[in-house]
Design a protein around this ligand. Structure first.
Ligand SMILES: [Zn+2]
Length: 136
């Protein structure tokens, strides 16, 4: 997991999405964020942003979670495939038709919505919205 090209590693380190476990809403999280190469294409780890999934140590079975059986490789692939565009998936679909693989995983896990669903801002309460409380 430490073999990410330096330039890409720097980009990921500066990316806010890589500070959060991509599965935080889908599993029990634990530990630091690690980078998981979720796609192996032609025997090699795919070195692209969408294929390198930020996942907690528990979801990656590293650190104290080795042999804990807390990693679901299909879920990591599901995240990666849903972060890719159809064009990107067509480009890597030789032995495995990845668009079909994404559909198969979506039929198991549902649509992937990402880790950073930003909650809506609080309603902007201004006195003018509450004219009943005006005593003027
Ligand atoms: Zn996690």
């Amino acid at each position: 997991m430490n073999n990410i090209p330096q330039r890409l590693r720097r980009q990921l380190a500066a990316d806010p999405e890589y500070k959060i476990c991509a599965l935080k809403d889908y599993h029990e999280c634990g530990g630091r964020i690690t980078y998981e190469h979720a796609l192996i294409v032609a025997g090699k780890q795919l070195q692209t942003r969408y294929a390198i999934v930020p996942v907690c140590a528990r979801g990656h079975e590293v650190d104290g979670f080795q042999d804990a059986h807390t990693m679901d490789k299909d879920m990591n692939r599901w995240v990666a495939l849903n972060r890719a565009t159809d064009t990107e998936l067509r480009a890597i679909s030789r032995a495995i038709p990845y668009i079909r693989e994404r559909a198969r995983l979506n039929s198991i896990y549902g649509p992937y919505r990402g880790p950073c669903a930003v909650p809506p801002p609080p309603p902007n309460i201004t006195p003018s919205l509450f004219p009943l409380y005006s005593f003027a």
